[in-house]
Design a protein around this ligand. Structure first.
Ligand code: ADP
Ligand code: MG
Ligand code: MG
Length: 868
């Protein structure tokens, strides 16, 4: 049987899978000789065993951990369950990947009436002993017995109010004893410490499946099968008195990335008080003032840990009676700006390589450079200021609960979630909020950590705003009242709360960001293009590093007011001559548009897709619009209605669209080609380099390609003839029907490029309608029938398999085909990795995703070749 229990002296930082991140790092710190209260870890394998056997702890487990427990007792010089000299434990969850606050932890385990009295006597500090005891009962009841923690909090509030007290530090031993007496009327817990321990271990395993943990894993793509380890660790006590306390610190600023030690501390408080955000902590400088030697030790430790782990660390520590203890270290969560700055700085400091730096930045981090910020010039009506917990600007309607946030957001409205503090129970509301505002809690509170991780703007510790959730109202110091539904703006970078919708500035870059992107470009193989139609989008794409346009949807150009009229008239034409007349008018528009695009993209390829949607999409649907159209084209309403009806389809996505239009109406394609080539000629005349790549959509066989290529070549010849100008152009095909991918070897000789249209390909491979799948995909996800929405992240198994076959089969026939992808997946990092492995030449995505794609492409390459 595999070993289930590891002492802190038996593991190291590379054992994350088995011991969880927390456990592995506790082991590592122990080995490094840091002051870590001793303990042991029960493995994640044991957690899986527990679930596989229908929630039963393995029979031998208790024997195994009792052996370890004996050794911990020896080392700590105290005994678990001994009233004369009691040892208490924390029982802590810890998964292989960090899931802060998502699972459960029980502190001060091993107390009952007798042992609490013994602890009071031994330490001569009854206040501390009973404070610890009431904490234990509250946590144990909540986590193990399922009695909600608020019940207990409520008793404390009631007691404080009745006795004219507000702060925990004002509570005496007697006060806590009175509270404990009340607690015991609410819950009956086991007296035997060993029974407590067993139940706690089991509860921590079970907490892997709390709803909040499940949501968090879903949001972060963490597999359910991983399981959590359990750390059982000797307690140290920050609530021992005024020379004790607890803190959280970051080795660099997690919000800006600045290389300066950053921490928060509460005197005479347990660590949970800091993390939970129920008291607003002091800056760690306060510790430096009161206990300089302790501060020095903390400072040295953080510097050492950062060097050792070669990454910014997030530390939890406790001071008991002037002695310093380390309770946790992990790679710190950080904002996007901080992530980029830290990665670039660490390369400069020689701590990590460029390639490693690339792996340190996630797609979400990059998004932060693309988020809007509040325009400083436009700021007015600042009604309160809190801590700048997570940057960016956000405007929305005030809501006071997570459920409300969900409700209002579902209606498509932007919300600001306003809470006294947040707990993991609020996660579903935080997820949909544009911004988060809390009255209590520091930069390391739950709200702050979670918001930063999600890239949502947040302000915490906004004490000048008194929030009354029950009444749905918040009062500012200056007498301003916020009600449900009021619109406010948050500046998460300064902590300012403003009334109304304050203008924002589009996201801006930074030197560090540009540096990182230049490294990405150096290390990646995949090229990145953008999907763009308008000159503005094209310009933005180019600015953001696009190396061409991978998809220009020509139909978008026809939806503008003046053009849609001509388009409709063209569609309604009853004779070829009539159609020709309107096509000529459309040609002028199309040529203008293309000219602008060629100018912006000067020298870079522009992939232009021929008309794709069913013609019906261009036609009016209401009676009134039809009447207007009839008048405009000078036809009887009846005719307009008839033609419209005749074009309507039962199944338009599988209907008369794509290259089928070119087959039936070659004159439309001819017009498009003349517009494209005419624009290319004009661009060349004006000194630009036009590189058109004409793309045929929805192909199913090579005969279609041949027939349409003939139209293209003929049109191109006609335009070029006599101009003395030659424009190199390419003709290629979308690969978006299963038949095209399965017959790629037959298509290959007829094309110069193939671009996977994975939206349609996914739709047709699954038989899931893109436009209707929203009705059932959530259920499929919920019921775990699929792991992710195939329209968001490419289905590598089947859709990916079709792509792979298409590439292999066509490459065998013809060597120099260029391969790309232009579906939504082109901007999805996981899909980009897949495209890299497939050996595609480029991905094409929306302009804003271009930087993300550049980084993801580089990461794919670095992962393949290693990081140094
Ligand atoms: P989380 O993963 O949610 O951060 P932890 O297991 O880190 O949960 O526990 C929460 C808090 O409990 C820690 O921040 C720490 O302050 C406190 N704590 C945990 N173990 C001990 C211990 N052995 N002694 C004192 N405090 C502890
Ligand atoms: Mg922790
Ligand atoms: Mg398509």
């Amino acid at each position: 049987m595999a070993k289930r229990v590891y002492l802190f002296s038996e593991g190291n930082k590379d054992d994350r899978e088995l011991l969880g991140g927390k456990g592995a790092n506790l082991c590592e710190m122990t080995t490094l000789g840091l002051p870590v209260p001793f303990g042991f870890v029960i493995t994640t394998d044991t957690c899986r065993e527990y679930f596989h056997s229908g929630n039963k702890l393995p029979g031998l487990l208790e024997q195994e951990y009792r052996v370890a427990l004996d050794l911990v007792e020896k080392k700590m010089g105290a005994r678990f369950g001994d009233p004369e000299n009691p040892l208490l434990f924390s029982v802590r969850s810890g998964a292989p990947v960090s899931m802060p606050g998502m699972m459960d932890t029980i502190l001060n385990l091993g107390l009952n009436d007798e042992i609490a009295a013994g602890l009071a006597a031994k330490t001569g500090n009854p206040r501390f002993a009973y404070d610890s005891y009431r904490r234990f009962i509250g946590m144990f009841a909540d986590v193990v017995m399922g009695v909600p923690g608020e019940k207990f909090e409520h008793e404390i509030e009631k007691y404080k109010a009745a006795h004219g007290k507000t702060l925990d530090v004002e509570m005496s031993a007697e006060d806590w004893q009175a509270i404990i007496a009340t607690y015991k009327t609410l819950v009956q817990f086991p007296e035997d410490p060993f029974v407590q321990l067993k139940l706690a271990v089991e509860a921590v395993f079970k907490s892997w499946h709390t709803p909040r943990a499940n949501i968090y894993r879903e949001m972060n793509n963490i597999p359910d099968t991983m399981g959590t380890a359990v750390c059982v660790q000797a307690m140290v006590f920050g609530n021992f008195g005024d020379d004790s306390g607890s803190g959280v610190a970051f080795t660099r600023n997690p919000s800006t990335g600045e290389h300066s030690f950053f921490g928060e501390f509460l005197f005479n408080a347990a660590g949970e008080d800091v993390v939970a955000g129920i008291r607003t902590p002091l800056p760690v400088a306060a510790l430096q003032e009161r206990q300089p030697e302790v501060y020095d030790e903390l400072f040295k430790t953080q510097a050492m840990l950062e060097k050792h782990y070669r990454d910014m660390q997030d530390l939890e520590f406790t001071v008991q009676e002037g002695r310093f203890y380390m309770l946790q270290t992990r790679s710190g969560k950080r904002t996007g700006r901080a992530a980029v700055k830290i990665a670039v700085d660490m390369v400069g400091e020689g701590l990590i390589s460029e390639r490693e730096a690339l792996l340190r930045v996630s797609p979400e981090h990059v998004e932060a450079f693309l988020h809007p910020t509040v325009d400083p010039e436009a700021k007015t009506d600042i009604i309160a200021t809190g801590l700048p917990a997570s940057p960016g600007g956000a405007t929305g309607e005030v809501v006071f609960s997570a459920d409300e946030a969900e409700e209002v957001a579902a209606k498509g409205r932007s919300v600001i979630l306003v809470r006294r503090e947040t707990t993991p129970e609020d996660i579903h509301g935080m997820k949909v909020a544009a911004g988060i505002l809390t009255e209590l809690g520091g930069m390391t509170s739950h709200a702050a950590v979670v918001a930063r991780g999600m890239g949502v703007c947040a302000i915490t510790g906004c004490g000048s705003l008194h929030i009354n959730v029950a009444e749905g109202i918040a009062h500012s110091h200056d007498g301003i009242t916020l009600k449900r539904g009021d619109v406010i703006t948050l500046d998460g970078s300064t902590g300012e709360v403003m009334l109304g919708d304050i203008p924002k500035i589009a996201a801006s870059s930074s030197d560090d960001f540009q540096t990182l992107l230049s490294w990405a470009d150096k290390h990646r193989k995949l090229k990145v293009r953008a999907n763009a139609e308008t000159p503005e989008d094209a310009a933005r794409a180019r600015e953001l590093g696009a190396e061409g346009i991978g998809l220009c949807r020509t139909e978008h150009m026809f939806f503008e007011a003046e053009r849609i009229e001509k388009m409709r008239a063209m569609i309604l034409s009853e004779t070829s001559a009539e159609r020709q007349k309107y096509l000529e008018e459309l040609l002028v528009f199309q040529r203008e548009d293309m000219l602008e695009l060629f100018k912006v993209m000067d020298g870079l390829p522009v992939t232009i897709r021929l008309l794709d949607p069913p013609l019906h999409e261009f036609l009016p649907h209401t009676e009134e619009d039809m009447r207007e159209l009839a008048e405009a084209v000078g036809k009887p309403l009846e005719t307009v209605r008839e033609i419209t009806e005749s074009l309507s389809e039962v199944n338009p996505m599988l209907g008369f669209r794509g290259c089928r239009l070119s087959i039936v109406y070659p004159e439309i394609t001819e017009m498009q080609v003349k517009a494209i080539m005419g624009a290319a000629v004009e661009a060349t005349r004006q000194g630009y380099k036009a590189r058109p790549e004409i793309m045929i959509p929805l192909v199913v066989n090579v005969r279609e390609i041949r027939m349409i290529t003939e139209i293209i070549d003929r049109g191109a010849q006609e335009v070029l003839r006599g101009t003395g100008i030659s424009v190199p152009y390419k003709v290629g095909t979308m690969m978006e029907t299963p038949r095209a991918t399965l017959g790629a070897d037959r298509l290959a000789p007829a094309v110069e490029f193939m671009s996977f249209g994975t939206n349609d390909l996914t739709q047709m491979t699954y038989g899931f309608s893109r436009d209707d799948a929203g009705k059932f995909i959530p259920d499929y996800l919920d019921k775990k029938l699929i792991d992710s929405d195939p329209f968001v992240s490419l289905d590598q198994r089947a859709v990916g398999r079709l792509m792979e076959m298409a590439v292999e089969d066509s490459r065998r026939v013809k060597k120099n085909i260029k391969y790309g992808i232009c579906g939504e997946h082109g901007g999805d990092p996981r899909s980009i990795r897949f495209c890299h492995r497939l050996g595609l030449d480029y991905v094409s995505c929306s302009p804003f995703r271009v930087p993300i794609a550049r980084i993801a492409a580089a990461q794919a390459r670095v992962e393949e070749v290693g990081d140094d």
